[in-house]
Design a protein around this ligand. Structure first.
Ligand SMILES: [Zn+2]
Length: 169
């Protein structure tokens, strides 16, 4: 019983890292890529900025995951958290790296300006799929889970783009 509970706690912590990393990567990379792409149509500049952003953010999120989970472990007097701080940080890092490549990918393969629209659409599809897969893995209704991440992440994406475009003018 205790073992099962510990295992569930383990999964919960890693699932949170992966969901958080993926969602944040999809939303913030889209903001950066679109923000730069509307300012310059230079593909190599956009791709370089995208890769640097993804790498820096993935490292920062991994470090943040380690530090925040460390805080939780220090407060966890009953020792219910047996997850590895390092593994949590690695999951966060990898989820961010992979998630960030999704909205950046159209910039490698598509002509302008359709690549910009494809970036936004890729992020929306990524959010929907993230929710769907999450639902399937943790055993909650898949479509509901998909729409939840799609709507919340999608709103963050759109608001980010609106703010970015307004500041450009
Ligand atoms: Zn934990």
């Amino acid at each position: 019983m205790l073992k099962a509970m510990k295992f569930k706690n383990l999964n919960m912590d890693y699932a949170r890292s992966i969901t958080f990393g993926f969602e944040d990567a999809l939303v913030s990379t889209t903001g950066v890529v679109v923000g730069i792409a509307v300012g310059t149509a230079q593909r190599d500049v956009i791709i370089l900025a995208g890769i640097v952003t993804i790498a820096v953010e993935a490292l920062s999120m991994g470090a943040g995951q380690y530090l925040s989970e460390r805080t939780v472990h220090q407060m966890d007097v009953n020792h219910t958290h047996t997850d590895s701080l390092y593994l949590g940080a690695i999951f966060m890092f990898l989820a961010y790296m992979i998630g960030g490549m999704v909205p950046l990918f159209p910039m490698f393969v598509m002509p302008f300006p359709s690549a910009i629209y494809a970036t936004v659409i890729s992020a929306f599809i990524g959010l929907f799929l993230l929710g769907y897969v999450k639902g399937a893995i943790i055993g909650v209704p898949k479509l509901k889970s998909a729409l939840e991440i799609f709507v919340v992440g999608g709103m963050a994406t759109i608001l980010g783009l609106v703010v970015g475009l307004l500041l450009k003018i």
